[in-house]
Ligand binder design. Structure first.
Ligand code: PRP
Ligand code: URA
Length: 209
């Protein structure tokens, strides 16, 4: 069974509360998502392995530390996952970025695939899948299945708000994928939206409603 990491740092909770409010502007929503994404990324990378590195400071030599594990790929699920990329790239500037396009059918709530472009060496990389909303879990599960089909073996899921239904499904279908989220909300409504949630994340990031 994968681990659910609830990242409930006060700074994150404060920023998320602003994001949830219906009158928060697109500009503020986008900026806050960037900020929270960097902070979540800090936890996603917390156990990255380090090796010793001999360096010279202006005063003497010393043994410093450098990250020694796999290189990183960030894979946002379009559209809303894009809103988490800048924060992650600020934290991990050398990361490559792949894209998976999925949208939920409004009636069935099933994810519909429309785009995929990934780094050629994605199977050699530590992959962080980003999407602010984990609702039914269908989109995350499909994106992760696609990445596994490409040979990825080291995947983590980073979201902002998760529903118990989505967490359960992701843990059942992909028990090797740890989940990082800033909040676990109550439940889904009849349209498979998260309650209390923050509405449609893509629309709020891009101002399309
Ligand atoms: C939203 C969200 C996730 C998905 C979550 O995307 O960004 O990708 O729904 O729902 P699920 O867990 O039930 O699959 P949406 O389909 O609205 O597309 P968009 O990001 O392009 O707006
Ligand atoms: N997608 C969203 O953007 N919000 C939800 O609450 C559920 C799915």
């Amino acid at each position: 069974m994968s681990t659910l990491h609830l990242v409930d740092h006060p700074m994150i909770q404060h920023k998320l509360t602003i994001m949830r409010q219906k009158d928060t502007s697109t500009k503020a929503f986008r900026e806050l998502l960037n900020e929270i994404s960097l902070l979540l990324g800090y936890e996603v990378t917390r156990d990255f392995p380090l090796t010793d590195k001999m360096i010279e400071t202006p005063l003497q030599t010393m043994v410093g530390k450098e990250i020694s594990g796999k290189k990183v790929a960030i894979v946002p699920i379009l559209r809303a996952g894009l809103g988490m990329v800048d924060g992650l790239v600020t934290l991990i500037p050398v990361a490559k970025v792949g894209h998976i396009g999925l949208y939920r059918d409004e009636t069935t709530h099933q994810p519909v695939f429309y785009y995929c472009k990934l780094p050629a060496d994605i199977d050699q990389r530590f992959v962080i899948v980003s999407d602010p909303m984990l609702a039914t879990g269908g989109s995350a599960c499909d994106a992760i299945s696609l990445l596994k089909d490409k040979g990825c073996t080291n995947i983590r899921m980073m979201c902002l708000v998760a529903a118990p239904e989505g967490i359960g499904r992701l843990q059942a279908e992909h028990p090797d994928v740890d989940i990082y989220t800033a909040a676990v909300d109550e439940r889904l409504n009849e349209n498979a939206y998260i309650l209390p949630g923050l509405g449609d994340a893509g629309d709020r990031i891009f101002g399309t409603k």
